[in-house]
Design a protein around this ligand. Structure first.
Ligand code: GLV
Ligand code: GLV
Length: 323
């Protein structure tokens, strides 16, 4: 009989659905919002594989509910902090994810967020709508931001996405690129990236892009102490995971002028309530976790996830296996 796959969301690109339907018996949660926990615990029973998103925590409880039938987890994401990998490995379940296919889209978005934050685009849009423009018409100091030319850019996590950000910023006249992280990147150093201790990155960067994975080493790495070491003129943008930044410390740093501004595609919690304290800060640019939200990218992520699942079920090498 055909393997059974649970898909945790409607709105999966059709091409990926077609691939799975051809080989598997698909049980798709039919809604455009996350599958409720109790539904997931019920529906995962007897499934051979699960196609999930970063909104689904796959922890011991889910794995216990799935029982021994579950062989493959395919997450349609490059991040995997929502998966309890130790528990998953213990059970011998294979995991596929989506590195590579979203690098361009996420790097592009990171640069867009950096520019939107440094040049205050959302605030400026607000001025157009709220009559601020009408009052001053054009004014020498009005809506002035801070340019990238001549600046030092620090990148935490010079992996695929961080490298994509640096590559895209090459045309902006950046003076220095600094990076910190677990891995040295000799090829990037040849292109001008300087590997520095995290402290140096904090102290010397005018702009910091956070493109690292969330793990025990990076959780809350931007805390009170980190913000106190940054330039008062520093701008930080985060397109990785909200947990890398200790958010209360960021809010204080933004309110007290310890740093200049932040641009966040990821935050805590997600979704962020529209009346959250972060939304009240004029020097905080917020967008709703759309780093990879680009049409062909999402199709690529979905089909790679489907390929991972099908290969895993057929005991073939998975195109992007995490473990
Ligand atoms: C998005 O955040 C992803 O991990 O793919
Ligand atoms: C992280 O997964 C990256 O691709 O940079």
């Amino acid at each position: 009989s055909r393997p059974k796959v649970l898909i945790t969301r409607a709105d999966i690109p059709q091409k990926a659905l077609d691939m799975l339907n051809e080989k598997c018996e698909v049980d798709m949660w039919p809604e455009s919002f996350p599958i409720p926990r109790e539904q997931m615990l019920k529906k995962i029973q007897g499934k051979d594989a699960i196609f999930c998103l970063l909104t689904e925590k796959i922890d011991t409880e889910v794995l216990n509910a799935a029982g021994s039938s579950l062989k493959v987890i395919g997450t349609m994401s490059v991040g995997y902090d929502h998966l309890s990998l130790e528990e998953i490995k213990k059970r011998g379940i294979k995991v596929g994810y989506t590195p590579g296919v979203l690098t361009d889209a996420t790097a592009e978005l990171t640069v867009a967020l950096l520019l939107a934050t440094s040049r205050r685009l959302f605030e400026a849009h607000g001025e157009l709508l709220n009559g601020g423009w009408g009052k001053c018409a054009w004014s020498p100091l009005w809506m002035t931001g801070w340019g990238l030319a001549g600046s030092t850019v620090g990148i935490l996590g010079l992996g695929r996405i961080g490298q994509g950000v640096m590559q895209r910023l090459q045309g902006f006249g950046i003076k220095r690129f600094l990076y910190s992280g677990r891995s040295r990147r000799p090829e990037e150093e040849e292109k001008g990236a300087e590997f520095v201790p995290f402290d140096t990155l904090l102290k010397e960067s005018d702009f910091i892009a956070v493109t690292c994975a969330l793990n025990d080493q990076t959780r809350d790495i931007f805390n009170e102490e980190a913000f106190s070491k940054m330039k008062k003129s520093a701008i930080i943008v985060n397109t990785s995971r909200g947990g890398v930044i200790k958010q209360d410390a960021l809010i204080t740093a933004l309110k007290t002028g310890q740093i200049r501004a932040a641009g966040l595609d990821v935050m805590t919690p997600e979704p962020l309530p529209p009346d959250h304290e972060l939304t009240k800060l004029p020097n905080c640019t917020l967008i709703p976790h759309i780093g990879s939200a680009e049409t062909t990218t999402r199709e690529g992520m979905a089909t790679l996830t489907a390929s991972n699942i099908i290969a895993g079920l057929e005991d073939q090498p998975m195109p992007a296996r995490l473990c």
